[in-house]
Design a protein around this ligand. Structure first.
Ligand code: ATP
Ligand code: MG
Length: 212
């Protein structure tokens, strides 16, 4: 569909309702990069701890264990970022929990990037973090902070997010404007899944939408 895979060094949004296959797609992306091309992969997980992701993916034939041992795959457990309350403290000083969560996440990513030197990065998912900023004027800079810190790595990055509304005339989400590419995963009806390239700066597209 993309005529040769995701364009390199871009930040691409993977959008879909729950259960549409975002995590599987991202895992395959890292796994095939590390196995097939020797490209190191970093998974920044906000939804589930490492063991859960590794065993779920193992069940689908995506084995990260050997890759992790040979330092071709790294997992950052960022689940704690979601648990920071809105009113947090650094020492005794009250700080905004949302902003602290964002800063912590970016710090954690930098640590992982130094250790693994990834060519591919997955952030799964950005929703919990960005939806904590209900006002659009706060949410945009939060998303931009994440995107810019990923862009600075020159890795090819996939960021997942929950789709807020479906249907043909749905409202676009701010992360769709800010990412360099957008892939939408859908379950159209029972047993029918689709993948759609809704935006992609760079390559010429062969087919914008296909069945999975
Ligand atoms: N291409 C596919 N063909 C068949 N089943 C699939 C496919 N992609 C995903 N699934 C099934 O869909 C389920 C959910 O996949 P996955 O966990 O990747 O979704 P998700 O979008 O990350 O969900 P969530 O938003 O809850 O994190 C899995 O149990 C898997 O078996
Ligand atoms: Mg998921």
């Amino acid at each position: 569909m993309l005529g040769g895979g995701f364009p390199e060094s871009r930040v691409i949004l993977i959008l879909g309702e729950p259960g549409t296959g975002k995590t599987i797609l991202c895992s395959q992306f890292l796994h095939s990069g590390a196995y097939g091309k020797g490209e190191n992969g970093l998974y920044v997980g906000l939804n589930e701890p490492k063991d859960r992701l590794m065993s779920d993916m193992q069940g689908l034939g995506i084995n990260f264990t050997d890759l992790e041992k040979s330092k071709k795959f790294g997992y950052i457990d960022a689940t704690e970022v979601r648990r920071i309350p809105d009113q947090a403290k650094v020492g005794r000083i009250p700080v905004g929990g949302r902003e602290l969560g964002l800063a912590n996440l970016i710090d954690m990513m930098q640590d992982g990037i130094e250790k693994i030197s990834p060519k591919r990065i997955v952030l799964d998912s950005a929703s919990d973090l960005v939806f904590r900023f209900p006002k659009i004027e706060d949410r945009r800079p939060a998303i931009l902070d994440i995107i810019e810190s990923l862009q600075s790595t020159s890795a090819t990055c996939l960021v997942t997010s929950e789709m807020q509304s479906t249907g043909e005339i749905r409202r676009l989400q701010p992360e769709e404007y800010l990412a360099e590419g957008v892939i939408i995963l859908r379950i159209v009806r029972k047993g029918v899944r689709t993948i759609q390239i809704s935006k992609m700066r760079g390559p010429r597209l062969t087919r914008p939408r296909d069945r999975l």
